[in-house]
Design a protein around this ligand. Structure first.
Ligand code: 13P
Length: 224
């Protein structure tokens, strides 16, 4: 059963995830946002409020069209559309994390995704992590382009902006965002010696099989 708009526990969990984004160095200031699927919609972080000052009742409950589920709430994240569109189109996803982590954003500023230079790219669902073309934050275009880049994937980079990671739980989405940042950092480091060679399609398929056989990686680590 999904949590409801007024349950306290999911609010605490979402707040802890949002604060962990800053504590882990993935985010700074008021950038980034996070959401959790609830009965009838989503719970999302408010716009422009520093995470350290946020309490459980500052989180905003919306239906998937963006209409408030609770009266007298704060303004939702400017990216509520991105969160709602993902949760509407991807029934397996229950949590979304968006952040401006440094290395992922550095790559995205060149419009580049993460190629299959390392076997762990497979934790995002395929042979690479795509980069969505640039669009203005908070717009339907931004959400549409992100959704396209997320096709058959659990994460994407966002040109001149940052990254977005999905999960069956907040723990999974956060762990994946951390992994994406780590892969981006490793890739940038590897690029200092030139473009690293890519794993073949066959090698990537073997990794995917091995991960499935061993229940290995992000999907196996979270509670969802
Ligand atoms: P919000 O404070 O509105 O969530 O915006 C932060 C952000 O990262 C926009 O992409």
């Amino acid at each position: 059963m999904l949590p409801t708009a007024t349950d306290l526990e999911p609010r605490r969990e979402l707040l802890a995830t949002a604060q962990a984004l800053n504590a882990s160095g993935l985010n700074q200031g008021t950038s980034g946002n996070a959401s959790l699927r609830i009965e009838g919609g989503l719970l999302v972080t408010p716009t422009s409020l520093p995470y350290a000052q946020m309490g459980p009742h500052d989180l905003v409950a919306l239906d998937l069209q963006g209409r408030p589920l609770v009266e007298g709430q704060r303004r939702p994240s400017s990216e509520w559309r991105l969160h709602a569109d993902i949760l509407r189109r991807r029934s397996e996803v229950h949590a979304v994390v968006h952040c401006h982590s440094t290395s992922a954003t550095a790559l995205a500023c060149h419009g580049r995704g993460i190629p299959p230079f390392h076997y762990m790219v497979v934790v995002a669902g395929g042979a690479d992590v795509r980069c969505a073309p640039y669009a203005l934050f908070g717009t339907q275009d931004f959400s549409d382009l992100a959704l396209q880049a997320l096709q058959d994937r659990q994460a994407a980079l966002l040109a001149h902006h940052g990254q977005v990671a999905l999960g069956a739980s907040l723990a999974q989405a956060l762990a994946l965002a951390i992994e994406i940042e780590t892969l981006a950092r490793m890739y940038l480091q590897a690029c200092t010696l030139g473009e690293p060679p890519e794993l073949s399609g066959a090698a990537i398929a073997q990794v995917a099989e091995q991960m499935q056989r061993r229940h290995y990686g992000i999907a196996a680590s979270g509670p969802g």
